[in-house]
Write a protein that binds this ligand. Sequence first.
Ligand code: LLP
Length: 451
Amino acid sequence: MDFFDYNKSGLMAEGVSVARIAKEVGTPLYIYSQKTLQRHFSAFATAFESVPHLICYSVKANSNLAVLRTFSDQGSGFDIVSGGELYRAIKAGADATKIVFSGVGKTDEEIEFAIKKKILMFNVESPQELRAINRVAKRLGTVAPFSIRVNPDVDPKTHAYISTGLKENKFGISVKDAVAEYAYALKSLKNLKAVGIDCHIGSQLTTVAPFIAALEKVKKLIVKLRKAGTEIKYLDMGGGIGITYDTEEPPLPSTYAEEVIKSTAGLDVTLVFEPGRVMAGNAGILVTKVIYTKESGKKRFVVVDAGMNDLTRPSLYGSFHAIKPVRPKGRAEVKADIVGPICESGDFLAKDRKIEEVEPGELLAVMSAGAYGYTMASNYNSRPRPAEVMVVGKEFEVIRKRETVADLIRGEHAKLELNTPASNKKGAKRGARKGLKKRGAKKYRPQSEDK
Ligand code: LLP
């Protein structure tokens, strides 16, 4: 359920006309509905209110600070996968003690940052990572809380790129190895403390069965681990519930909750969830303007000002996004490819799509773009990234300015100042040193402002 509906002014985002926002802010443009974000969070929270649980919204789906703040104001924690996401969450006002840190490639710097912020737990994805966290925690004179992300070898029946719970995927540790790793940590890694177990099998799942199949394996593991003296307080089920882009019928949070609650009855754990798409996906649209229409042989093209750099999902996964005219006029429908300005044939928002005949200057809304839209946007073809707007009732606010062409070259310079001419070594060296100093270039060291 979302708050993007038509009235006589055309498509509305809550109480504001999409055309009006586009006129004031320009296109391409992401628009989010705060009421929809809040509703999605509440639906999830209500579904689990009868059991101890923590919702950690998955930042990667949509990491705008105002989106994060909307969720943290509702009591959400966060699932992060990088130091950058941790930084964002903290800047948005998150409670760090409700943050879980997933991802296969955490660096020492990111681990240190997270330990210092006192996050709830690291979801550990390899034996080497476990030792790395122990090493960093020891250096900092502390004990770091962890869960192992178990790879249950369950098929989530979704797109191959977003399946994560199969043994051929790079994620997690097998059930068998997890037992050995927990035991080793208990005995020998004194700067670690097990607090839970984690399992995320994939994204855009449209049935509950794979979640429950994974859960069955994890439950057995919990019993085994507890017998061996490991404390398991949290059971993190990851994210993954799908949404309706087209004709999919994913489980409602309430249906998912019913099954999960039934399956975990008596387990004595706090359930942790990392939903991303189901929170943000249908709470956002991408608004784009038609630049040209053209025909080539039998094909029709609608060329719009948003490309695969702004919304990459159709190109990358062949995903479907509904595309609607912002001001429909009841004209005949045609079949067209809706394509962006990028110089690649893979640059499309829709292929062979039935759409009302549109003209240059008209606006189209690409629906269900609130998750993995802006966060996956790039500057390819040197295109500044779009603006983002949050609508709240009858008002709206730009929550991220449109990038400018000056933003595109931030941090770059054209003229090299290397120490080259051999005949003027001294002068050149001095010049080079000066050049480096002037631009503040130092030996590269990954750093975070908050350390
Ligand atoms: N937790 C972990 C460890 C994850 O890797 C993910 C998503 C989530 C939670 C959130 O999953 P969700 O509830 O959103 O399904 N770019 C792709 C989706 C990639 C998902 C990556 N991991 C897309 O546009 O479909």
